[in-house]
Design a protein around this ligand. Structure first.
Ligand SMILES: CC(C)(COP(=O)(O)OP(=O)(O)OC[C@H]1O[C@@H](n2cnc3c(N)ncnc32)[C@H](O)[C@@H]1OP(=O)(O)O)[C@@H](O)C(=O)NCCC(=O)NCCS
Length: 177
């Protein structure tokens, strides 16, 4: 079983108990503001997402980690890797992404999980390059992207929603954890 411990977090695969807290996170408009069309997601949609994330783990050997706080055992959200099939122009690629409940923002958890995810990508999965895809204007993601040392690669538009996207990349062979 794939698990990573950081000073404050446990990154792990998904449990049945994660559905309710992840559905709460997905029901918050502040969380969903910069994701797809910005609409919130209900319990059924969240269950489908978690099922898809677990399938990606089985198929690819990487995926989105459930991020749990070591101190309390609470699910804070996810950080991890996925194949960005929605954006064919960047393929083949593996992308890092993050989504935490708003009560967990501003404490450095997303950056802590993202660093551990890049280490996992390099050391466990032998990936030498990871990208991020974020909306122009999503400054919270932009902050993590720059703290990770990712560099701009291209600007494009979302194929479905047409808003501007920025693609950043990192050469993991030069990544300092
Ligand atoms: C994007 C998102 C994960 C960012 O979360 P975040 O908590 O702002 O990110 P970080 O983990 O980098 O923490 C940020 C701040 O926590 C503060 N902080 C507090 N304690 C800290 C600690 N121990 N260590 C580090 N930072 C700490 C810092 O001020 C830091 O800001 P700084 O880098 O400017 O100094 C969050 O806004 C989110 O989930 N958004 C909704 C989902 C989303 O939009 N996802 C992206 C779609 S592509």
């Amino acid at each position: 079983m794939t698990e990573i411990r950081t000073p404050r977090l446990l990154l792990r695969r998904w449990h049945d108990d994660d559905l309710a807290p992840m559905a709460d996170i997905n029901a918050d408009p502040r969380v969903m503001r910069w994701i797809d069309d910005g609409s919130v997601r209900d319990l059924d949609h969240t269950a489908e997402e978690i099922e898809r994330w677990e399938e990606e783990w089985d198929e690819e050997g990487f995926g989105l980690f459930a991020v749990e706080l070591l101190a309390s055992g609470e699910l804070a959200g996810f950080t991890g890797l996925s194949v960005p099939e929605f954006l064919p122009e960047v393929m083949p690629a593996v992308a890092i992404s993050w989504r935490l409940g708003s009560q967990f923002w501003g404490q450095g958890y997303a950056s802590e999980a993202a660093h551990a995810t890049l280490e996992f990508a390099l050391q466990d999965r032998g990936l030498d390059r990871v990208i991020s895809i974020s909306q122009v204007g999503d400054h919270a993601s932009g902050n993590i992207i720059s703290k990770l040392g990712m560099v701009p690669e291209r600007e494009t538009a979302h194929p479905e929603y047409d808003y501007p996207l920025q693609v950043h990349t990192i050469d993991l062979t030069e990544f300092q954890a």
